[in-house]
Ligand binder design. Sequence first.
Ligand code: NAG
Ligand code: NAG
Ligand code: CU
Length: 356
Amino acid sequence: MAGKLSFWAAALLLATFVTAAPPPPRGPNRPKPLIRKEWRTLKPHEKRDYLKAVKCILAKPALTPPFPDSGVISRYDDLVYTHIEQTMSIHFTGHFLPWHRYYTAIYERMLRDECGYKGAQPYWDWTLDTPASNFVNSPVFDAITGFGGNGPLEPTDPNSPFPPVPGRTGGGCVTSGPFAGIPNLVHLGPFNGVTYNPQCLKRDLSPYFAARYLAMNQTQLTLSQPDFGWFARIVEGGPDYELSGVHGGGHYGVGGSLGQMGDLYTSPADPIFWLHHANLDRVWWSWQKLDLQARLTDISGPENLMDYGGTNVTLAYPLSVGVSGPDVTVGNVMDIKGCGAGGVMCYDYDQLYTLL
Ligand SMILES: *[C@@H]1O[C@H](CO)[C@@H](O)[C@H](O)[C@H]1NC(C)=O
Ligand SMILES: *[C@@H]1O[C@H](CO)[C@@H](O)[C@H](O)[C@H]1NC(C)=O
Ligand SMILES: [Cu+2]
């Protein structure tokens, strides 16, 4: 039901987009890409402006059509809801990276178009925050110039079917930063819950896990893969903590067992999600740039969850972000510098990873 509604809403938006969009500008009028920078290199006022825009999008009313007891209150929730609804069809698939590339660019656009933010989406280069002894001191966790840090240590449920994340150190409500002390910051989840469930933002940092999967060695292993199929599998890893890649490294390193970032469905509820996914996108673009001509069209991987060996995703595969943007295809997001000329992405990174 909700899926249908968002499909029609997206179709409507797409129709508006197709009929009303001016032809892509060329020559000197072609839009210039936004330049995404690492969080710690932003000036204090740039960090403040970004966090202000996040708070603004958290407060704007949702566009998702209401349903009984809906937890989709804000524009921010529109995005979390879209992620929850599609969780089982956008992870461990060939379109995992394209979908999250588009999703992050839509968030960046919402901050700019709906909240007056003038900058680009920042990224979090977690390799700079390893080894384990450095992790909690990451500038992204700063209480004043970042997103706040850990929650106090809480026990995990001994009856949970999931074993605890190795090295977890927290699990309670974050105690510092711009999202602390707000008992209803999060409205959705845990897991696939979409009815109103007010919760605080929780983190359960695991410096051990972060150091194991987010250091330069794992990043290099990822970048050295020969084709998109292998590259994407090494990014996503397996469904087990011990089989993680850089994707799981960020989710479990920050969210552990009890934080939103460790919840496959509700993870975008932690505003750090977007900085982590911007960096995953940067890893992908770094890999693409190692052989750009070939890798602007290199796509494969299962259409269905974990169905390695099954039907591969192609450039024509559709991507939807619900009410927050028009439907596009994988082919539309392969070039981050498409900038209106056949592509919908228009940004770049100030600095890329290189193969060492
Ligand atoms: C990278 O280094 C970490 C920390 O020393 C280690 O736990 C991990 O196994 C290494 N990963 C790879 C792919 O070598
Ligand atoms: C899917 O793509 C991979 C390359 O990543 C290829 O090896 C495999 O044969 C393809 N599978 C099918 C069913 O076409
Ligand atoms: Cu996701």
